[in-house]
Every structure is written in structure tokens, then in C-alpha cells.
Design a protein around this ligand. Structure first.
Ligand code: TXA
Ligand code: MG
Length: 326
């Protein structure tokens, strides 16, 4: 039996209430969601992803008015961010209430919260009226999905056609995962870059954002993440043709480079984004495409380090970490 895909929010609510999992669209990437209050549902998320059980997952809420069911001692500056930037691509790591499952927090004293800005998923959350635990809907360490098809390709064989569902909401408009900010004291701490920038956070809160996570574990921030099977090589524009020329004979290569970059006509172009926003939007689709078409190498010319370009460069770096086993 093949995995069910729907556009029907009511159908998805039924699945979640029954303890099943729903792969759902957000503005960043697709998430693999289950009832965050159900130990069984949360355990299956880890199983389906093949994710180590100590890695915490983000709880997705319908609105900031749900925060107090999950968090205590939320700093005022973090409340301001919630008011101004939710729904949106921002996750706040805040001190948890005692009722939050250890499986959700990885046994830590904090919980990650966010209100996603996708209309279908917001409707789903409002009708569900609770928290949904949802990591990105990919196998552990692999490339995050930005379409329902990516989810089906990666998780189809691990999900249960009788119990689970994919909610198809089209392409994710942002394309890279949310900005994660540690919010447990006076200092906002950047744990993962995303579309919400440190400059925006400073403008809104008047606080300087620290790049120091104070030793907090945020596993999406470890090396070897977001990685396709193909080897990823990062080059500056002027080094592009040398990098292509330097490949071993017979290696199949695809290039991701800004629209203006000059690429030899016989080289396959995986993406030609006009700016850093388009780059973020198309990055994971390009990496998925490289794997589907059996490429050995992806050569990427990174976008400028501004706006969401910082997050794109971060993900490219993690995807390109030298490895021997893949
Ligand atoms: O855009 C996103 O954030 C997507 C969509 C689906 O919402 N979700 C996502 O989830 O990227 P995931 O699980 O792939 O990455 C969440 C990151 C992980 O690196 C995790 O370690 C970190 O958030 N995280 C979650 N709760 C945490 C906590 N209490 N303390 C520290 N890090 C936490
Ligand atoms: Mg992830």
C-alpha cells in the first residue's frame, strides 16, 4: 500500500488524534508531525527519521497564546519576538514546564517552540488545538524536504500507509529551516541561522545577538547534516571552471551557481538562483535532484553572506563536510 497524500486538513487532524504522523508543509521545510503530548507518537517520529533519541524536537503551536502550556520564565524580549515574528521562521528555545515530555526535549530543561507561517498547517494547528512535535521530514542527516514528493521519496518506506499521511501544501517558500534562538536569559543566542536575521532580532529587542550557544546542544548544528549522497564542493565564482576541470574522469557533476555565473555549456546546472532568497528556496530541491539523477559531485558557488544567504552558506558547509561513508 502506498503512502496517502491529501490537501484536506480535517483528514490530517483525524490522523494526529489517532496517534498517527502527518508530514506537513511549513514556510521553511516539511515537518514530520505527531502529537507532542503523546509518548507513542513522539517515539515513532524518532523511529521513522532514524534519529538518535537524545536529539530534541521543536513543538509547533497555533499561536503565541499557547506558549504558557509549554514554557515558563520566558524573557520579555522573547515575548516581543513572538508577537512580532510569529507566525514565521523563528524557533525560540525557552525553559520548559515540567509536563513537557523528555522525548521532546532530549531530557533538557528547555523546549523549542515555533508558530509556522504556512496557511494549511496553521489551520491544522488551530483545529488540533495543541502542540505538534515536528522535526524536518527527512531521514537523519539527510537533505530536508521542500515538497511533498521529497517526503514521499525519503520517508515513504518508513511511514505506515494505514496510520500516517502527507499533507501536500506545495513548495516551501523559504526553503531552509527556521532561525533558532536560545531564549533562557538576558541574551539572545543564535543556535542556527535562518531567514530571520540577527539584525532583525536586534532591531526588535534592542539586544545584541550572541553567536555563542553557551554549550547548548542543537544537533542540527553538528557537522554532516543536510547532506546528499553526492559530494558537495564549495567554490568561489572565479574558481568554478578550475573546480570542474579538476574532477576525475567520468564523474557526473551538477552546478548550483547564481544566475550570473558563467558555466560551461556541457555542465548540468542544478539551479541558477537570481538572489539569496531564490537560492534558499531552491537549494534542497537541487540537492535532491542531484541524488535522483545519480550525480557524484555537486559544485556550489555560495550566495552573498547577507539575509538568508548566511543560512544557505551554513547548510552548504554542513552538506560538504568531508566524509568517507556515504
Ligand atoms: O524550520 C524548522 O525549524 C523545521 C520545520 C519543520 O519547523 N524544523 C526543523 O526541525 O528543522 P529539526 O528537528 O530538523 O531541527 C530542530 C533543531 C535541532 O537542531 C534541535 O537540536 C534543535 O532544533 N532543538 C530543538 N529543541 C531544542 C532544545 N530544547 N534545545 C536545543 N536545541 C533544540
Ligand atoms: Mg532537520
Amino acid at each position: 500500500m502506498t503512502l496517502r497524500t491529501t490537501h484536506d486538513v480535517a483528514d490530517a487532524v483525524t490522523v494526529l488524534r489517532a496517534g498517527g504522523l502527518v508530514a506537513l508543509p511549513t514556510e521553511t521545510v516539511y515537518g514530520l508531525a505527531g502529537d507532542a503530548s503523546s509518548p507513542g507518537a513522539v517515539a515513532r517520529i524518532f523511529q521513522v527519521k532514524g534519529r538518535p533519541s537524545t536529539h530534541p524536537v521543536i513543538v509547533h503551536l497555533p499561536s503565541a497564546s499557547h506558549v504558557d502550556a509549554w514554557a515558563v520564565d520566558v524573557p520579555d524580549w522573547a515575548r516581543t519576538l513572538m508577537t512580532q515574528l510569529w507566525p514565521g521562521p523563528l524557533t525560540l528555545i525557552v525553559p520548559r514546564t515540567s509536563t513537557v515530555l523528555d522525548a521532546v526535549t532530549g531530557g533538557q530543561l528547555t523546549v523549542g517552540l515555533r508558530v509556522p507561517a504556512h496557511p494549511l498547517t496553521l489551520q491544522l494547528l488551530e483545529r488540533f488545538d495543541g502542540g505538534l512535535a515536528a522535526p524536518s521530514a527527512n531521514r537523519y542527516g539527510h537533505v530536508s524536504p521542500t515538497t511533498a514528493q521529497h517526503v514521499a521519496d525519503q520517508l515513504g518506506e518508513f511511514l505506515d500507509a494505514d496510520r500516517d499521511l502527507v499533507l501536500d501544501g506545495g513548495h516551501c517558500p523559504v526553503g531552509v529551516e527556521s532561525t533558532i534562538i536560545g531564549a533562557w536569559d538576558d541574551t539572545p543566542r543564535l543556535l542556527r541561522p535562518g531567514a530571520v536575521t540577527p539584525e532583525q532580532i536586534t532591531d526588535i529587542t534592542g539586544r545584541v545577538v550572541s553567536a555563542d550557544g553557551a554549550g547548548v546542544r542543537a544537533p542540527g548544528t553538528t557537522a554532516l547534516h543536510y547532506a546528499p549522497r553526492a559530494r558537495v564542493v564549495i567554490v568561489e565564482p572565479e574558481a568554478l571552471s578550475d573546480a570542474i576541470a579538476g574532477l576525475a574522469d567520468g564523474e557526473r557533476v551538477g552546478v548550483i551557481a547564481p544566475a550570473g555565473a558563467v558555466v560551461a555549456p556541457d555542465v548540468e546546472r542544478l539551479a541558477a538562483p537570481a538572489d539569496e532568497n531564490e537560492y534558499a528556496q531552491g537549494l534542497y530541491a537541487a540537492l535532491h535532484l542531484a541524488d535522483e539523477s545519480g550525480m557524484d559531485v555537486v559544485i556550489a558557488v555560495p550566495p552573498p553572506a547577507r539575509g538568508v544567504g548566511v543560512a544557505v552558506r551554513d547548510r552548504l558547509n554542513r552538506a560538504s563536510t568531508e566524509r568517507t561513508t556515504r
